[in-house]
Design a protein around this ligand. Structure first.
Ligand code: NAP
Length: 457
């Protein structure tokens, strides 16, 4: 009876995880999806706690309390802008747990592991270990603890691939000689080192893609753990995690018009000025009062949020500006680029926090045709996602990246602090166009001043 209950709880948990993932695919259902997945996790934990193999409930309760306290504190205090590095840290610990389970399985059963279980344990330890150190380096880069620029040297890719080759070689030999403990621990050590060397040459700005890829590795390591300890829910949840993380990495790369290999081996952050050719003329500074009047009397205004809105935490101020415009009968829309900000859904999350209705958020394909008939596009701390070079300059490193075509609006107002570049490090010819005006300052301050100007218009 108990076995049936445990298996049922695992089945229910798996269904809830799948429904949860489905819910997460749209902002409107994301919250419900998250709750379903949480409920699924509780179900899986309860099922696991009823297993016969539990040795000490005291240790489990102590771990639960400690983990929940740390998780709660992180949830409350870590700011939204630090979410990418917080996610990296979570992956590091998840992957370390998977790797340690593999080490303990090998320590306990070693030579007695058959080929199948040895392959599961080896896979788990290999992926778990490289994900642990890789995620820690990603965290350190994003947190500024190590330089965010790509750390490269001659022959780096060949060295890294050779190291990976040796590590995989150890794994293959272990499949036929599971008793070779020295090889097992060598593989463990090399996988830890490979994780560091894999991420060091990648620039901090590409870390979200790397984190999503490492998330996928951590998921696959968990699935392997499921095979190693014969746990169905781990196999299903790990595979879902692995698959969705990989798909997310591909989606992010597509939205940046890059390939996964270019992200992993291209040392992108070291590329700088190569496409300034089309950037000529002067940047025109906007007059606050005039912009206020133009927005107040517009038929439609489109806001284009970017990374600068996140750093300035300007989403609430932006909502107030939108309210002020709507009070005057202006139609307000928000244009959301899939890679605006520094993590997938970054803008959606921030705008949802400020209670911006989902119906006002428009994706690239839907809003681009509207720019030519829009009186004013207000770019709030975005840069690369509105860079017309991606469309007009075949020499640009970001050529082909889909952009929000704000330059086709009648007036473009760009809110940024100065002449800072975007993540790609490239010049943006938009800022020099005749229909573009720059409103310098921190985005939050600029929006607050703009709201006053609109109210006085
Ligand atoms: P961006 O190209 O990084 O540009 C952000 C701009 O915001 C900067 O030019 C900066 O100029 C301005 N800014 C910074 N702090 C500000 C503040 N407090 N107030 C006002 N302005 C501020 O941002 P984006 O247009 O959102 O593009 C995102 C980039 O990240 C893309 O290139 C994308 O490929 C990349 N990326 C995104 C993801 C993702 O998942 N979203 C993942 C990986 C990479 P000033 O310094 O002059 O103020």
């Amino acid at each position: 009876m108990k076995t049936y209950f445990i298996e049922f709880s695992y089945l229910l948990a798996s269904i809830l995880f799948i429904l949860g993932l489905r819910g997460l695919s749209h902002p409107e259902t994301a919250r419900r999806g998250m709750h379903l997945a949480e409920f699924g996790m509780v179900t899986a934990v309860i099922g696991t706690l009823l297993q016969r193999e539990i040795i000490s409930y005291e240790w489990i309760i102590a771990g639960l309390l400690l983990g929940s306290t740390i998780g709660l504190a992180m949830g409350v205090w870590v700011p939204m802008t630090a979410m990418p590095q917080r996610t990296a840290l979570s992956h590091a610990f998840g992957a370390l747990a998977a790797s340690l389970v593999g080490v303990s399985e090998y320590y306990l059963h070693g030579a007695k592991l058959g080929e199948f279980r040895m392959s599961a344990v080896g896979f788990e330890v290999l992926l778990g270990s490289l994900t642990t150190t890789g995620s820690l380096v990603a965290f350190a880069k994003l947190q500024g603890l190590v330089p965010g620029t790509p750390l490269t040297y001659k022959g780096q890719n060949i060295f890294n691939l050779s190291l990976l080759g040796v590590t995989i070689g150890c794994f293959c030999i272990l499949l036929f000689h599971p008793a070779a403990a020295a090889l097992f621990y060598l593989m463990l050590g090399l996988a830890f080192i490979f994780g560091i060397l894999l991420v060091l040459p990648i620039g901090a700005a590409d870390m979200p893609v790397v984190i999503s890829l490492l998330n996928s590795y951590a998921g696959l390591a968990s699935a392997a753990t499921g095979f190693a300890i014969s746990n169905n829910v781990l196999i299903i949840a790990g595979t879902l995690d692995g698959g969705s993380g990989f798909i997310l990495s591909i989606v992010m790369c597509k939205a940046m018009n890059r390939s996964i290999t270019n992200v992993l081996f291209g040392a992108f952050g070291s590329v700088t000025e190569t496409a300034a050719a089309t950037s000529t003329g002067d940047m025109r500074e906007a007059n606050l009062g005039d912009v206020g009047v133009q927005l107040a009397y517009a038929r439609q205004v489109v806001f284009v949020p970017g990374y600068g809105m996140a750093t300035a935490q300007a989403q609430h101020a932006l909502r107030e500006l939108a309210d002020a415009l709507e009070d005057r009968g202006v139609t307000v829309k928000y244009a959301i680029h899939p890679v605006a900000g520094r993590m997938p859904g970054h803008m959606n999350v921030l705008l949802a926090e400020a209670n911006v209705p989902y119906s006002q958020l428009y994706e690239l394909d839907h809003i681009n045709p509207e720019f030519p008939t829009t009186e004013a596009a207000v770019v709030v701390g975005a840069n690369d996602v509105v860079n017309p070079d991606a469309r007009d300059n075949p020499q640009s490193p970001i050529t082909g990246m889909p952009i929000l075509e704000v330059d086709r609006a009648k007036l473009v107002v760009v809110l940024k602090r100065g002449r800072g570049k975007g993540f790609s490090g490239l010049e943006n010819p938009l800022f020099y166009k005749a229909n573009c005006e720059m409103l310098y300052g921190d985005a939050k301050d600029s929006i607050t001043r703009l709201t006053q100007a609109v109210r006085q218009a």
